[in-house]
Write a protein that binds this ligand. Structure first.
Ligand SMILES: Cc1ncc(COP(=O)(O)O)c(C=O)c1O
Length: 385
């Protein structure tokens, strides 16, 4: 029998999607996979309805419909503080998920090294391996989940081709400071390394924290592939709209990879999403305060349940410490929790390179009534000690 690609042996199927399937099977409240159970903005739904009748319904330009790229360039120029050319600085992808693997395949040759902070969003390990590169893991140290400056320098001394930066970070909720980003940027310039960012939570940041784009730092635009998407900002994870923003010579390469992987993101959805990209600043203020209230509701329940947890600065995840429950496996704990408590979480071990087994990840991108229902159930956890 011929054997399949040996690289597939180096990573498992997604734990996040596995937990969602299990949650559906047992009818649990799914706080594992990060997607909202509330509707996208009404204006966006109206735009979708119009597009259904008026089109377009055929392929868009491979690297993104012109109207979408123009609206995106305008919006991101405003937030990133960099002038962006819709024709040379953008490739539109099927979510940040595609953007990340395209970015990796654009810059890496087989055998190259890529720095990944651990814990990390599980796709990055697989993306690196599928690109033929080898990950160098640098731990983010709790409770702040910052990196050790010397350890990061040592990783750069191994001459990596790229560093992956998830900011705000899933699963830690960390929002990297301007000083941390400047330090990473200085190393990237000194060692001539690309930075591939995943900034899908760029608009979900809690007071007093601020999101800074590393691409905006001096000397960084020409070596940064800024990946992000519309999934989280506009509550449209199913629309699969993402993008890479980078210097023209990088985008030239990324367009080729993207074209042969997927041809393009859905044309009607790009058309409708222009409405969202044109939202005023008040929309972004609204989602910040909205998510701050959801965060507050969730953390209040966790405190009430007397569970130790992280306090996210950004994104919509919280890591809960389950050490006191005495389970050997966080995966078994999560499976038990789905069945017995009716709440689905993701085992923390799926995010860590290190053998960490005492954390689970919950998300709170849910209606308040869902958070309350899940919170009530989580309060019963301690009774099972
Ligand atoms: C850090 C991070 N990147 C990417 C994604 C997926 O984004 P998209 O829907 O744009 O593919 C997620 C989804 O949870 C995420 O948490």
């Amino acid at each position: 029998m011929p054997s399949i690609n040996h690289r597939l042996g180096y990573f498992t199927e997604s734990f996040i999607r596995h937990m969602t399937r299990l949650s559906d099977q047992y009818g649990a409240i799914n706080l594992s996979q990060g997607f909202p159970d509330f509707d996208p903005p009404t204006e966006l739904l109206n735009a979708l309805e119009n597009t259904a009748r008026q089109g377009p319904h055929q392929y868009a330009v491979t690297w993104g419909a012109p109207k979408f790229r123009q609206a995106l360039a305008k919006k991101q120029s405003r937030f990133m503080g960099i002038p962006l050319d819709p024709d040379s600085n953008i490739v539109v992808t099927c979510g940040s998920t595609e953007a990340m693997i395209v970015a990796m395949m654009t810059v890496c040759n087989p055998g190259d090294k890529v720095i990944i902070f651990s814990p990390f969003y599980e796709n990055y390990g697989a993306d690196t391996i599928l690109s033929g590169a080898d990950p160098i893991y640098v731990p983010l140290i709790p409770p702040e989940f910052s990196f050790d400056a010397d350890e990061l320098r040592q990783a750069f001394e191994q001459r990596p081709k790229a560093l992956v930066l998830c900011n705000p970070s899933n699963p830690t909720g960390r929002v990297f400071t301007a000083e941390e980003l400047t330090y990473i940027a200085e190393l990237a310039i000194e060692f001539d390394t690309f930075v591939i960012t995943d900034e899908v939570y760029e608009h979900i940041v809690y007071e007093p924290y601020r999101h800074h784009y590393i691409a905006s730092l001096p000397g960084m635009f020409e070596r940064t592939l800024s990946c992000s998407s519309l999934s989280k900002t506009y509550s449209i994870t199913g629309w699969r709209l993402g993008y890479i923003i980078a210097a023209a010579h990088i985008i030239d390469g990324a367009r080729k990879v993207h074209d042969f992987l997927t041809v393009g993101a859905a044309a009607p959805l790009q058309e409708a999403a222009v409405t969202a990209l044109n939202f005023p600043d008040s929309y972004y203020q609204m989602i910040r305060s909205d998510y701050a209230a959801r965060r507050e509701a969730m953390l209040t329940y966790l405190d009430g349940a007397d569970l130790k947890h992280t306090s996210p600065q950004g994104a919509y995840y919280v890591l809960v410490d389950i050490s006191e429950f005495g389970w050997d496996s966080d995966t078994s704990f999560c499976e038990w929790m789905i069945r017995e408590i009716g709440v689905a979480a993701v085992p923390g071990s799926s995010f860590f390179h290190e053998p960490v087994n005492h954390l689970i990840r919950l998300h709170f991108a849910k209606r308040f009534e869902t958070i309350h229902k899940a919170g009530e159930r989580l309060c019963r956890l301690k009774d099972r000690l």
